[in-house]
Design a protein around this ligand. Structure first.
Ligand SMILES: Nc1nc2c(ncn2[C@@H]2O[C@H](COP(=O)(O)OP(=O)(O)OP(=O)(O)O)[C@@H](O)[C@H]2O)c(=O)[nH]1
Ligand SMILES: [Mg+2]
Length: 306
């Protein structure tokens, strides 16, 4: 029940930051369920990922975004654009930064955050800085300079030390964020976790396994498209296409004797079983679309176009 002192709040919160800062991890922790894929590699997230948190006091739509960076190319340009577009829609913005990394390598802080500094300074909405991965800072004295540096970059922001992975500090951050959201009614049913279709989440689950299995630059040249989705007698048949940019990449995705693709398929199937809540039959094919990361038409088809 809502009282005069505690009105129900509804708002959108964008999670912004450099690649690998832990944005998707924070989203999953806040929701208590996985909607966003997470890997140790930068630039895992490619789309705006929504996660809806509903409790007795508020409904908050979180927008997880691709890491903001300065890499060249059409796909990369879209990733940056997509992040800033999410920010435009948001009532509040949480900027994540990797404290574990910056405590060890302070010079990286300025370098990685440079593409964000001006844009965040200009924001009219409330800004919160989540100094993330504090579990990786052994010597807690090392945390202070990182927090000070971040506070100096964005004087308008409130700074919170957190561990998105363990959840430490997350309730405090969440409490501060929720307090600035506008009063309003819930827009989504309380059990709705995301606005993303199941097919998209399935494609992401497959892409996550590819990211984990493939080495060096190869993950960045794969995309997954769900081609077939059929539910018959409690069995979901899913057919996925793995797009690569070159013939040599296709061979690497398939692996010696088909081993890589088989392992990716097995791991992805486990994730998909949980996602659809039942039995899954998964078939994956690798296909070449030459230099697809630069092909505007193809990118648009994947929901990655300007
Ligand atoms: N130790 C530790 N690791 C974390 C924490 N948060 C995230 N990570 C790890 O950092 C890596 C990147 O996490 P993601 O959540 O994918 O980061 P992201 O900001 O969404 O990255 P992009 O989507 O690539 O921009 C993963 O290996 C996570 O497990 C944390 O609080 N502590
Ligand atoms: Mg991410």
């Amino acid at each position: 029940m809502t009282t005069q002192q505690n009105p129900f709040r509804f708002g959108t919160v964008a999670l912004l930051g450099p690649p690998n800062a832990g944005k998707s991890t924070l989203l999953n922790t806040v929701l208590g369920q996985k909607v966003a894929i997470v890997t140790p590699k930068p630039q895992t997230t490619r789309n705006q990922i929504t996660g809806i948190l509903t409790d007795e006091g508020a409904q908050i739509v979180f927008l997880d975004t691709p890491g903001v960076h300065r890499m060249k190319g059409r796909l990369n340009r879209f990733l940056n654009l997509s992040a800033w577009q999410a920010v435009e829609q948001a009532d509040a913005v949480v900027v994540l930064a990797d404290a574990g990394l910056y405590a060890k390598k302070p010079a990286l802080l300025d370098k990685e955050l440079a593409p964000l500094v001006e844009g965040v300074r200009r924001l009219a909405q409330p800004v919160f800085v989540a100094v993330n991965k504090i579990d990786q800072v052994r010597d807690k004295a090392g945390l202070l300079p990182v927090m000070q540096a971040l506070g100096a970059l964005w004087p308008q922001a409130e700074v919170f030390p957190v561990s998105a992975a363990s959840g430490q500090g997350v309730p405090e951050l969440l409490g501060a964020v929720r307090a600035v959201l506008p009063e309003g009614q819930a827009m989504f049913p309380e059990d709705q976790l995301s606005t993303l279709p199941l097919r998209f989440l399935a494609a992401e689950a497959i892409r996550e396994q590819l990211f984990l299995a493939l080495r060096q630059e190869l993950p960045y040249s794969v995309a997954v498209e769900i081609e077939q989705w059929e539910e018959i007698d409690g069995l979901t048949r899913i057919g996925g296409l793995i797009w690569v940019g070159r013939d040599s990449h296709k061979a690497m995705v398939i692996g010696k004797g088909g081993q890589t693709l088989k392992a990716v398929g097995q791991a992805a199937r486990q994730e998909l079983k949980a996602l659809v809540g039942g039995k899954v039959h998964l078939e994956l094919w690798a296909k070449v679309r030459r230099d697809w990361t630069e092909d505007p038409h193809f990118l648009r088809g994947l929901g990655l176009g300007e």
